[in-house]
Design a protein around this ligand. Structure first.
Ligand SMILES: [Zn+2]
Length: 387
């Protein structure tokens, strides 16, 4: 159980393909996990997920601990049977949500006390309790309780790192179930020395896999890539590496090039519900008037149910009339887009053509923030011309 076999090492980058074996099935890596925070990938049934080619689904301990309660999920045989997903699953410990969502939090060396963002009720997570509730949920991969500081605050990162490391050791001791793999989480913000220290400390604890946390939370893309450049080489080659909360298609391609094996992100499903559709040219805003009579599918050539059956004009109509089907179809496409991207990445690594694929993909992929920047620049230029 939890064997990780590297199949192909890319000669030009640090990308690799592998097989990670879990009690609920094998994962071909690099893999992208759609996020089902509340034990559901919003608008999709497990049947839709399976049809998209998704293999790994993520759920969240913080949210499920608060509602419906992890003990209740355990009574239903754990998350797999509670939500009807038979494949591999991963739960986050909830550390990130305590630090980003909870209304109040009070840290002490033993754990963290917080108020629920739902009703203000008082709760406490310790490394041990985060393991117990994740054992109740029963995902194949579970995570250590960690502290997620603001990535640019040096002093805070130093203090938090000591806690995160002590908590990782306690999580490891507390873990009981042999059918779950507990991953350690490297923290340290954007500071190379802290990242190296964190990776080395966790490596000494010998986890079956390692996550890189605290990225894609406010630092620039350059800082994120630079952090991966110093962190990944410190992690054991023969264990899976998981970049938490990333990402956007371009970040996934860059992460793979730096040796990351597992990704998860709410982005594809969240932007879908706002009418944002992922294509290999970049993000398309379906609400745009230019698609009002467009007979093309979202992305010509895509094999998803939405692209095989519906026009952009119809999907735009669903969004304009706030029909629920629009949210579903857009999500079907975006999840399939990410899964197809991973399939292509694995094929290119296997064929030795990943470096060329990476350049071609990034050259063709229009970043949304660049669009926004260009639009703002254009507005300023026009305003200046009117003066
Ligand atoms: Zn599609």
């Amino acid at each position: 159980m939890f064997n990780f076999t590297i199949i192909t090492d890319d000669p030009q980058t640090d990308a690799r393909t592998g097989i990670f074996e879990t009690p609920h099935g094998r994962l071909l890596t690099p893999v992208f996990a759609p996020v089902g925070t509340q034990a559901t990938v919003k608008t999709l049934t497990p049947r839709d997920l399976a049809e998209s080619g998704a293999t790994l689904v993520l759920a969240n301990n913080y949210h499920l601990y608060l509602r419906p309660g992890t003990k209740l999920v355990a009574e239903f045989g754990g998350l797999h049977s509670f939500m009807g997903w038979p494949g591999p699953m991963l739960t986050d410990s909830g550390g990130f949500q305590v630090f980003s969502l909870a209304q109040m939090r009070k840290l002490d060396p033993d754990g963290v006390t917080f108020r629920s963002h739902i009703d203000g009720s008082l709760h406490r997570f310790t490394p041990e309790s985060a393991i117990v509730s994740q054992e109740d949920l029963g995902a194949d991969i579970i995570m250590c309780l960690d502290e997620c500081p603001e990535p640019l605050d040096r002093k805070y990162n130093e203090d938090a790192l000591a806690r995160t490391h002590a908590w990782a050791a306690r999580c490891r001791t507390a873990k009981r179930r042999p059918d779950q793999a507990l991953f350690g989480i490297v923290q340290g913000g954007v500071f190379p020395d802290l990242r190296v220290e964190s990776a080395r400390t966790l490596r000494a604890l010998d986890f079956p896999g390692y996550a890189i946390g605290g990225l894609s939370v406010g630092e620039t893309k350059e800082q994120m890539y630079a952090t991966l450049d110093v962190t990944v080489p410190e992690l054991p080659v023969a264990r899976p590496r998981y970049l938490m909360g990333v990402g956007a298609p371009e970040d996934v391609v860059e992460g793979v090039a730096r040796g990351i094996d597992i990704f998860d992100c709410v982005l594809p499903t969240r932007v879908a519900r706002n009418g944002g559709l992922l294509t290999c040219q970049g993000r398309m805003n379906l609400r745009n008037a230019r698609y009002a009579a467009d007979p093309l599918p979202i992305e010509p050539g895509c094999d998803c149910y939405a692209c095989q059956h519906f026009s952009r004009a119809y999907l735009r109509h669903l969004f304009k009339t706030e029909e629920i089907l629009g949210l579903h179809l857009a999500t079907v496409h975006n999840v399939r887009f990410m899964i197809r991207l991973m399939e292509e990445i694995r094929q290119h690594i296997a064929a030795g053509t990943f470096a060329a694929f990476r350049s071609a993909f990034l050259a063709g992929y229009h970043l949304p923030d660049q669009d926004v920047r260009h639009a703002q620049k254009e507005k300023r230029r026009q305003a200046a011309n009117r003066k």
